[in-house]
Design a binder for this molecule. Structure first.
Ligand code: ATP
Length: 113
């Protein structure tokens, strides 16, 4: 139980680190919260709620992975390196891909008649 609580604390500290240092993560948190509020007023079905929550969690998790990768890259390659650029750009591209999919699916969920 103590081990679990320690692991939970570390995970929460990781989220806290992301929230305090990454403006993109804060943006996604605000956008996700707004989507939840709009979803409440739209009266989404259970499956639609599942899709929405999964999408929000996926985007936030991707942003946290991006944060982790940035930290590791900065640790091992504080100077300019083309591979450091490739790693960071690819991670940013992954977040962008997921965020774009979330935007499209969110739009479809909220704009349905
Ligand atoms: N060590 C490096 N070597 C080469 N290019 C780098 C390096 N560090 C950052 N870059 C380039 O600068 C871009 C921005 O990197 P940075 O670490 O500032 O992350 P970020 O995308 O600005 O994230 P955030 O603004 O959310 O902190 C990277 O996508 C990459 O193209």
């Amino acid at each position: 139980m103590i081990r679990f609580l320690k692991a939970l604390r570390c995970a929460l500290e990781g989220i806290g680190y992301g929230v305090t240092t990454q403006r993109h993560l804060r943006f996604h948190l605000i956008a996700g919260s707004l989507a939840l509020i709009v979803g409440t007023f739209k009266g989404l079905a259970i499956v639609e709620w599942m899709v929405l929550v999964l999408l929000i969690a996926a985007v936030i998790a991707a942003e946290l992975f991006n944060t982790a990768l940035e930290a590791v890259v900065d640790l091992v390659a504080p100077e300019y390196h083309p591979l450091a650029k490739a790693a960071k750009d690819a991670a940013a591209g992954a977040v962008l891909t997921l965020a774009f999919a979330a935007l499209v699916i969110g739009g479809l969920l909220f704009c349905r008649s």
